[in-house]
Design a protein around this ligand. Structure first.
Ligand code: 6PG
Length: 271
C-alpha cells in the first residue's frame, strides 16, 4: 500500500513516532574555516571507514558553493591519501545548477577540480546530476533512478544516504531549496527542478524527503554574512527557513560553524 493510502490515524502515529526519534542538532564552532574544514574531513573519514567495510559501501551527497571547497581539497590531500577506499565510495550531488559540467558555475565542475581529479574514485561511483539536459524533469527522473539503483531502498521506502554535506545561504536556503520555492513542499519526488526567480536560474536538487532520510547531515557554515540567519535557524521559531526543515527522521545533524558565523549564537547553542 502506498503511504498516502494508509489510514490517517496510522500515518499520524508513524509521524509522531518519527518525530520523537529526531535528534537535537550538534553545533561545533571553530575559529576559522580551515579548522572547520579539517574537522569536517575527519568526520567524513570516520563515516567512510565505518561504511566502506559494509556491503553497500559509503554513500555521500556533496554540495556545491564556496564553503566546502577547502574540505574537498583536504580530502584530496596527502594527509588523507590511502585512508579512504575510493572504490567503496559512492558520490552523489545534493544539487546542481543547470549548466554544462565545464561551466564555471557547475557544482560538479568544482567538485571535479577540487576532489575527483585528485582521488582514486572509479568513474562509475561518481553520480553526476546531468543538469545541462534540456528536459530537466527527465534529468531528475534519471537521478532518482540512479539513487534507487545504487542505494536499493525497499519498495516504497526512501533512499538512505550515509552522509549529506550541506551549506546554507544568508537567506536560509540549503541545497537548491530557497525560501518560498515550490520544491520545499515536495513530498513525493526525490529529485526535482527548481527555478530561482532571484537568480534567474534553473537548478536540480535533492528534495527534503531524501535529505531527511539520510543517516548523517553535516552543515558547513562560514562567514559573518550568515550569522543573523544562523541564529534564526538554530534559536528562532522552527520551520520558517529551508535549512530548519532538514531534520533527518532517523539521523543526526551536525553544524560545523566558524566563529564569524557563530558570533550571534547564545553560549548554550554553541554546545
Ligand atoms: C549551491 C549549493 C548551495 C550552497 C549554499 C551555500 O549550488 O550553491 O549547493 O546550497 O550550499 O548556497 O553556499 P556557500 O557555501 O557558497 O555560501
Amino acid at each position: 500500500m502506498h503511504d498516502c493510502e494508509r489510514p490517517l490515524v496510522v500515518r499520524l502515529a508513524s509521524l509522531r513516532a518519527a518525530q520523537t526519534t529526531m535528534q537535537k542538532p550538534t553545533v561545533k564552532v571553530f575559529s576559522t574555516l580551515e579548522e572547520l574544514s579539517w574537522a569536517a574531513a575527519a568526520r567524513f573519514e570516520e563515516f567512510a571507514r565505518i561504511h566502506t567495510v559494509k556491503k553497500k559501501g559509503f554513500s555521500v551527497a556533496l554540495s556545491g558553493g564556496l564553503t566546502p571547497k577547502l574540505l574537498y581539497q583536504i580530502l584530496a590531500s596527502q594527509t588523507f591519501a590511502g585512508r579512504i577506499r575510493g572504490e567503496r565510495v559512492h558520490l552523489f550531488q545534493v544539487d546542481e545548477r543547470c549548466v554544462p559540467p565545464d561551466h564555471p558555475q557547475s557544482n560538479y565542475g568544482m567538485i571535479r577540480e577540487t576532489l575527483l581529479s585528485r582521488v582514486p574514485i572509479p568513474h562509475a561511483n561518481v553520480h553526476r546530476m546531468a543538469a545541462e539536459q534540456e528536459d530537466r524533469e527527465e534529468a531528475c527522473r534519471q537521478y532518482a533512478a540512479e539513487l534507487a539503483r545504487v542505494l536499493k531502498p525497499e519498495e516504497g521506502e526512501l533512499p538512505r544516504l550515509n552522509m549529506v554535506l550541506l551549506g546554507m545561504g544568508p537567506d536560509g536556503h540549503t541545497a537548491s531549496l530557497f525560501p518560498g520555492s515550490e520544491a520545499l513542499d515536495e513530498q513525493v519526488l526525490w529529485v526535482r527542478p527548481n527555478y530561482l526567480e532571484k537568480l534567474k536560474m534553473h537548478r536540480l536538487t535533492l528534495t527534503l524527503p531524501v535529505l531527511n532520510a539520510a543517516a548523517e547531515v553535516a552543515f558547513l557554515i562560514a562567514g559573518a554574512d550568515k550569522a543573523q540567519t544562523l541564529r534564526q535557524v538554530l534559536e528562532g521559531a522552527p520551520g520558517q527557513l529551508p535549512a530548519q526543515k532538514v531534520q533527518p527522521v532517523k539521523g543526526n545533524v551536525t553544524w560545523f560553524v566558524d566563529e564569524a558565523a557563530a558570533r550571534l549564537l547564545r553560549p548554550e547553542t554553541r554546545g
